[in-house]
Design a protein around this ligand. Structure first.
Ligand SMILES: NC(=O)c1ccc[n+]([C@@H]2O[C@H](COP(=O)([O-])OP(=O)(O)OC[C@H]3O[C@@H](n4cnc5c(N)ncnc54)[C@H](OP(=O)(O)O)[C@@H]3O)[C@@H](O)[C@H]2O)c1
Length: 251
């Protein structure tokens, strides 16, 4: 069976999967949206940029004779994931998502759940705090209605345009992060509140552990809904699926 998988990437998990595929002697293509200026180098050939919606992705799958799609995007990349479900159904290409369980509050955690970014913005309509805002570069402007807070932003790339947040400090860094590092960062900036997407996984979990250890509240943004699809939770499971699921093309 000729395997020619497409990996929708942009996550630590996708990087681990590409390494596992390479180690297993399986090639394919990894795709990035192009949000990050210098994506982490992968052992597989890569492409960058949107496909042009579900129809564009379906056309790409056919043109490139893709045998399988592995959606290893971030759990908040809901549009890409929905497009993958629609395109794979239309093109009759097997799809699996490499997912990570959401974080769960445990003893010592002080979480308030909000359903989305707009909910986090609404919850920040309160007197000034020192906030670690860990929502990624794309959503920062949405926090403009609450300029009273100090915001600590950790970003892979500096923003292209000035931010509408008068009091903010940008730390440029790329995960995975350590608890010791995040404890020091939060102490240094005298953080009162952490705003986080419920990304799950290990790469970004340090700030949640650090918040617990410092007794800080967390405003936790719950995950967007994604249409049902097959799921795997490790690169090994994906490899097993690749080897055992029949390809739609029968090649
Ligand atoms: N959202 C987060 O918090 C977050 C965090 C860490 C990493 N990431 C990564 O950043 C990328 C973009 O995330 P997002 O939240 O902006 O996604 P999104 O809102 O679901 O996607 C918006 C559009 O970007 C394009 N796109 C997204 N991921 C792509 C990929 N891997 N390859 C090619 N095109 C892609 C697609 O364009 P077309 O419709 O034109 O195909 C998609 O419709 C993803 O690779 C994701 O894994 C996201």
């Amino acid at each position: 069976m000729h395997l020619n998988p497409l990996i929708l990437g942009g996550t630590t998990e996708a990087t681990a999967l590409c390494a596992a595929l390479d180690a297993a002697g399986i090639s394919g293509t990894v795709s990035f949206a192009g949000r990050v200026r210098r994506p982490v180098r992968q052992p597989l050939p890569q492409r960058v940029g949107g496909f042009g919606g579900a129809a564009g992705l379906a056309a790409y799958l056919a043109a490139q004779r893709i045998s399988h799609v592995i959606d290893a995007t971030h759990p908040f990349a809901a549009r890409m994931s929905a497009n993958a479900v629609a395109a794979c159904t239309a093109a009759n290409v097997p799809l699996i998502a490499l997912t990570r369980a959401p974080w769960q509050a445990g003893p010592g955690d002080d979480w308030t759940h909000v359903p989305d970014i707009a909910g986090a913005v609404a919850a920040l309509d309160r007197p000034a705090l020192r906030v670690m805002l860990a929502v990624g570069r794309m959503h920062l402007a949405e926090f403009a209605p609450n300029p009273q807070h100090f915001y600590l932003l950790r970003l892979i790339d500096a923003p292209d345009t000035p931010l509408p947040l008068p009091e903010c400090t940008i730390v440029q860094d790329r995960g995975p992060f350590s608890v010791a590092g995040d404890l020091a960062l939060m102490r240094r900036h005298r953080i009162d509140l952490v705003v986080s997407k419920n990304s799950g996984g290990t790469g970004a979990a340090a700030k949640i552990t650090a918040a617990r250890q410092l007794g800080l509240p967390v405003l936790m943004i719950d995950r967007p809904a994604i249409p049902p699809r097959a799921e795997a939770h490790s690169p090994a499971e994906v490899l097993d699926w690749l080897r055992h699921s029949g390809t739609a093309r029968g090649v």
